[in-house]
Write a protein that binds this ligand. Sequence first.
Ligand SMILES: [Cu+2]
Length: 169
Amino acid sequence: MLRAALAALLLAAPPALADEGHIEIHGAYAISPTPQSTTGAAYMMIHNHASEPDHLLSVASPAAGKVQVHDSSEVDGVMRMEPLAEPLEIPAGSVAMLQRGGTHLMFMGLADPWEDGESIPVTLTFEHAGEVTVDVPVDLSRLADAPADGMEDMDHGSMEGMDMGGEGD
Ligand SMILES: [Cu+2]
């Protein structure tokens, strides 16, 4: 009986267009510098359990007008960040770390200020795994974690012409 039920379930499964099972996201959290900020950032570990590399093609969230994958670097003592030139690769059987001072998700044009403890739905679209949606908790206690990715001064020097959601500082 169980075997038959299992077979029926497998037959009823949709074709494997998206193989989400290969991508697992751990330790995600989001921060926004102040209640007035129209930008935020999120950090997480993206595990790829597949035997092929995968790539993060795009990110979207109803909580922001736009989400980009950014990289941070320190230039002359100043943290700068800019969108990745190539889609983020998650190596086969490995993990991509999105962490402070490095690669992160940047949210621009926040729909509402982020409050501590709320969850931000984020949909990550992978080349092979398809869409993976995670609820990322806002954890403002981690704002003080260093380094801060230049969130305080928001030095997006190479991003002029972008709509930054009208942040006026
Ligand atoms: Cu950024």
